[in-house]
Design a protein around this ligand. Sequence first.
Ligand code: AGP
Length: 367
Amino acid sequence: APVEKGNYRHYMQKEIFEQPIVVAQTLQTYVRPFEGEVALPDADLDLAKVDRVTIVACGTSFYAGLVAKYWIEQFARVPVDIDVASEFRYRQPVLEPGGLALFISQSGETADTLAALRHARDEQQRIAVVVNVPTSSMAREADLLLPTHAGPEIGVASTKAFTCQLAVLAALAANLARAKGRLSREEEIDIVAHLQEAPAALNAALGHDDDIAAMAYLIAPARDVLYLGRGPDYPMALEGALKLKEISYIHAEGYAAGEMKHGPIALIDEAVPVIVIAPSGPLFEKTVSNMQEVRARGGKIVLISDAKGIAEAGEGCMATIEMPEVHPLIAPLVYAVPVQLLAYHVAVLKGTDVDQPRNLAKSVTVE
Ligand code: AGP
């Protein structure tokens, strides 16, 4: 049966709002909440033997991979290489036999990612695939198949597949950490508890849809927009910028907040809105000090943070978007929501074709 939009105006909007449910659905495969354990589908693969992980993907799926690099290195202390598929294929990467190559794809058919997978297999890598379409080429070619249960994603701009990828990748990082003897029982119980908090936190984030719709007019006239984030929230800056580019056709760039003063700060004036992604947590003060540097140069800031962060640093911002206070582990999932919604509402204001933006295809099956 074809997927219907129901009461939503666009598939993208519907898919954004489905996130609490599909993330919960996806987590069911990867956590045992009563046992306080993370789990992976059965596969003939010994994670304890993995000494290096190579992550390859494109677009939004690549940004999920960037977050996974932070998590895998932090929890499992296993080194991670990461590339966009179109670069990986042709740069003659050094791959030690027995390494784990991890491919992330909503469709499972992206030509560059699929070719990269085959290249990695030829180089004796074990193949793990995070994929939303269970019948796809990539799913069939995996040694370790890690499905996301986002359901069909129709909007060209990926939303719910992305947060489901993050949920799977967090569980994978925890599984790898346990296999490597890097995760205590208490830490595992904690990780499971935080992952289990994600669906409610996503719901709370969606509760701010009206506020975001109400401030989208501040962004719609801009020619350029910058997004800043740090650590595992830096890829959310990249993702926010990509979403805005794709559907509103506004030029946008994501930067690691600490990179601003190495060049991009020269762009700052009152015509360039700067979206700052800064959940409370270990990196908050650092991100805020980068934000103040932007403000001191006349930058117009939209701060996305929780009540605590907004109380501390919201003064003088052009706008603030409040998120629930969450554990840093799930912040990337939760902070994906406001950047999706902001891009969505700006695109609606501009009257673009949200579900079928110009020049783009849902799945890029040609090189
Ligand atoms: C995201 O909004 C995109 N339209 C695009 O970047 C996408 O994520 C990319 O083409 C990868 O697709 P895949 O996940 O199906 O491999």
